[in-house]
Write a protein that binds this ligand. Structure first.
Ligand code: BGC
Length: 365
């Protein structure tokens, strides 16, 4: 079903304004960057893509895919990482606005810290698409494209229970909970999705969290950094698992899953069931080797492809395809979203999950 958000209309109005401006420019300068009937902006316009830090392989893959895909479609691409942090990302977005980007795609480090730059983008007539991570507390985000983050968490919670049950038919099971970086809007959504499955089991005594750390604030991992997760795992093991066994760990992604496994190995404990996300090469190997229990397949190619489809539709003056108009409330508005379905991967389906993946598949062993 196709649904069209209010922001779609706003973007259309902005597009018409941009069209009028471009038409004026053409008369004055004879520029070759003209628009044809119905087009919102010229086909060779600049498109900005602001990516966060390289905290997982998906971001690194996205860089090349955006460069190739946008250039292949005839646009000029300006794809930037902000490894230096929030202020670097702020400067990059301002520079994209100054250079005249017609669409700015943002994978935010901190979705709540870009208000000024997104206002600049809006004032310049650019359309803003939040990519993978939502942009918070701003009117100036038009669309969101991502894998269904809540569903990712649900799948992780279910996998944790399934994995522990396969090892030991009934509880109680001792588990610890890890969450992502609190400045990333996704981290809480992943955690909430997982807790929608795990909380009832904590409440009925099936799951025991020996550290007592069950809130998002207690579980977070600043900057999605492996060393932070490893340090916390070390502390939890020393503090709460002297003689007790640790049966399972909710980990929000693969980088942190491997950090937890490293910590457990160093403590000389049997490996717990550990969840993950992102289908990182080392984690897929670990799943095949029987160490990490699960990951989530969120094919970056499909996500980037859809983001580029949105850019093409905006350029052509078409309404965008939206499949969720309710879930993503950013503090001031509900952002029309296109959500893709994530897939759980364990040793059971690891061979079929990546058959057409150029990096991971086909897995033959
Ligand atoms: C992404 C995850 C990734 C994490 C750390 C999140 O926003 O959705 O796929 O693991 O960032 O890079």
């Amino acid at each position: 079903m196709r649904m069209f958000g209010k922001a779609g209309k706003a973007a259309a109005v902005a597009a018409i304004a941009a069209l009028a401006l471009t038409a004026c420019g053409r008369t004055d300068s004879g520029s070759s960057t003209s628009t044809a009937g119905g087009e919102a902006f010229p086909k060779d316009s600049l498109i900005g893509v602001a990516l966060p830090q390289k905290t997982s392989e998906n971001w690194v893959l996205a860089e090349k895919l955006f460069n190739d895909g946008l250039t292949g479609a005839g646009f000029k691409a300006d794809v930037q990482f902000a490894n230096g942090g929030v202020s670097e990302q702020q400067n990059q977005i301002s520079a994209m606005v100054t250079k005249g980007a017609k669409v700015i795609i943002v994978g935010a480090i901190d979705g709540a810290q870009l208000g000024t730059q997104l206002q600049q983008a809006k004032d310049s007539g650019a359309t803003v698409i939040a990519y993978d991570r939502l942009l918070l507390n701003t009117e100036n985000v038009d669309y969101y494209v991502a894998y269904d983050n809540f569903k990712v968490g649900v799948l992780q919670g279910e996998a944790l229970l399934d994995g522990m049950k396969a090892k030991k038919a009934s509880g109680p099971y001792n588990v610890e909970l890890f969450a992502g970086s609190p400045d990333d809007a996704n981290a809480k959504v992943f955690f909430d999705g997982a807790m929608s499955v795990l909380k009832p089991k904590i409440d009925d005594g099936t799951l025991k969290v020996l550290s007592g750390q069950t809130t998002f604030e207690q579980a977070v991992t600043q900057g999605w950094k492996a060393e932070n997760a490893q340090r916390r795992a070390d502390t939890l093991l020393t503090g709460s698992y002297g003689t007790a066994s640790l049966d399972g760990v909710l980990s929000p992604n693969d980088t942190l899953a491997r950090a937890v496994l490293t910590s457990v190995k160093a403590a000389g404990k049997p490996l717990p069931v550990v969840t993950g996300q992102d289908s990182e090469v080392e984690s897929v190997k670990s799943i095949i080797a029987g160490e990490q229990y699960s990951t989530i397949n969120k094919d970056t190619r499909k996500l980037v492809e859809h983001a580029i489809t949105m850019v093409k539709d905006l350029q052509a003056g078409k309404e965008l395809e939206i499949n969720d108009k309710e879930s993503y409330k950013n503090g001031v508005k509900t952002v029309p979203a296109f959500l893709l379905p994530p897939q759980i991967v364990t040793a059971e389906n690891v061979k079929t999950a990546y058959v057409d993946d150029p990096v991971l598949g086909p897995i033959t062993k």
